[in-house]
Write a protein that binds this ligand. Structure first.
Ligand code: NAP
Length: 462
């Protein structure tokens, strides 16, 4: 038998997860010059992962990546198997037998924990659940956020914090023509949140926002931005960072914050307050969030390695609502080694390894489950390309026996009673969402439960 990758013996690859990194892996396989058959397996009936359920509804340009993924999905060598959970409906071991290679692109599905008392008090939420909720993710559609509070604190200063802040701060008019979930628009319409504190543990030069996202917070209809100029005074190490090309983005952020600090105050109903050098030590409250206790920090270390060190000074902010936005984390999957500290599958050049660092033949990873939750959507492309290069390089060493692919797996064939969602099925769901949205001037009104999506297909969930 020939090496996998020929007409007689196509290279059969399963990709687990239908987000950006999974689609970029599929694209790289299609361009590899090998004869490939790609089966993408996704636990939801809807593809596109974080582009559908993570990108903020008021950032439609970022969702244009979907057009690229759609083209990939329509390739004859590609099949989509939605509504199938790997590790539950189909074992990783079974995938390893049915395919020459399995590429995990399952992302980072949960949050880092702060590890402070009061973290789980009512009124304290993770950014993940809020983002999932306003984006109509089936896992989060039933979450309830106490938007009767007037003051919210967001912990963390990355782009997810910026998204959460913007969605809390925008008026209904600013959101009603986006694809925000209807339940979220209704709840936000009744929101009483007026003051939003966006709090970083390091200084303004270390905030992780990108300039565009930060600037946008200063352009909202009903909310102004407040920064204390004293908090923008920088230590010599931060100033030294600006001298380096690596520091250009941070310098831009500080310039934007200086512009915010210089603006006249008092013209708008809502306020976004940026605060720096504060690490939460406890979320306070009896039965509900009443505030957050912080320790004031100073920066310590050389340029680009400055860490927050406590000064011992305590600061309290009063608020009825807290969003923890300190980064995502990957989750373990039965049958795959997991680095619990980093929240990733351990890899070498995209090849999954065991605890001893030995490569497990045929198992690969790309995207956030490989390198952690960093970078923008496009960052996943080179990451997936690099993993596929390892798959191709291993090609000759992969077991030569032809593999059955999905045809060898009852869970993918639907013969175990599950309604497996194909890409054609997804197109029907997609069109139904778009026509639901058209009535209210939205690009789409998402179905927010698996049952609703399957109903469109005229099939009941088992
Ligand atoms: P992130 O950029 O890593 O930001 C996490 C923030 O949490 C940082 O300010 C970090 O501070 C802080 N933090 C971490 N641990 C903390 C702790 N124990 N106590 C207090 N603060 C803590 O993560 P993210 O905002 O979740 O974003 C994830 C990725 O998605 C990023 O690459 C982001 O750019 C991308 N994204 C992009 C867009 C967009 O392009 N529009 C939108 C959303 C997300 P330190 O710096 O001190 O660690």
């Amino acid at each position: 038998m020939s090496v996998p990758g020929t007409e007689q013996n196509p290279l059969k690859v399963a990709i687990v997860g239908a987000g950006p990194s999974g689609f970029y892996a599929a694209e790289a396989l299609l361009k590899s010059g090998l004869v490939v058959r790609i089966d993408m397996i996704e636990r939801l009936p809807a593809p596109f992962g974080l582009v559908r359920h993570g990108v903020a509804p008021d950032h439609p340009k970022l969702k244009e990546a979907i057009a690229v993924y759609d083209r990939i999905a329509r390739s004859p060598e590609f099949r989509f198997f939605g509504n199938v959970t790997v590790g539950r409906d189909v074992a990783v071991e079974a995938l390893g037998t049915a395919y020459h290679a399995v590429i995990f692109a399952s992302g980072a599905e949960t949050d880092r924990r702060l590890g402070v008392p009061g973290e789980d008090l009512p009124g304290s939420y993770t950014a993940t659940e809020f983002v999932g909720w306003y984006n109509g993710h089936p896992d989060f559609r039933d979450r309830v956020f106490d938007l009767s509070q007037e003051v919210a604190i967001i912990i963390g200063q990355g782009n997810v914090a910026a998204d959460v802040c913007r969605i809390l701060a925008k008026t209904v008019d600013e959101l009603k023509h986006t694809d925000i979930a209807e339940h979220a628009l209704d709840a936000l319409a009744a929101s009483r949140v007026r003051d939003i504190y966006v709090v970083g543990r390091r200084g303004p030069a270390q905030a992780k926002f990108t300039a565009k996202e930060l600037r946008e917070l200063g352009d909202l209809d009903a909310t102004e931005v407040l920064v204390d100029p004293a908090e923008l005074e920088l230590n010599p190490e931060s100033l030294a960072e600006f001298e380096d090309r690596k520091g250009a983005a941070s310098k831009k952020n500080v310039d934007i914050l200086r512009d915010f600090a210089a603006r006249p105050r008092g013209g708008k109903a809502g306020r976004i307050h940026f605060r720096f050098l504060l690490s939460p030590t406890a979320i306070l409250g009896q039965g509900h969030v009443e505030g957050v206790a912080f320790e004031r920090n100073r920066l310590s270390g050389p340029p680009f390695e400055q860490a927050a060190r406590s000064t011992g000074e305590l600061v309290e902010l009063t608020a009825g609502l807290v969003f923890r936005s300190i980064g995502y984390k990957g989750v373990a999957m039965a049958g795959v080694p997991f680095d619990a500290r980093q929240g990733v599958f351990p890899t070498r050049d995209g090849r999954i390894t065991d605890e001893q660092g030995t490569v497990l033949p045929g198992l690969y990873a790309c995207g956030w489950i490989k390198r952690g939750p960093t970078g923008i959507i496009g960052t996943n492309k080179p990451c997936s390309v690099a993993t596929v290069a390892s798959v191709v390089a291993d090609g000759a060493g992969l077991d030569e026996a032809p593999r059955p692919g999905a045809e060898g797996l009852p869970a993918l064939m639907g013969t175990d009673g599950r309604r497996v969602v194909s890409y054609e099925d997804w197109i029907a769901i997609d069109q139904a969402e778009m026509s639901r949205g058209a009535a209210s001037g939205k690009p789409r009104e998402k179905f927010t439960s698996v049952e609703q999506m399957l109903e469109v297909l005229g099939a009941a969930r088992r």
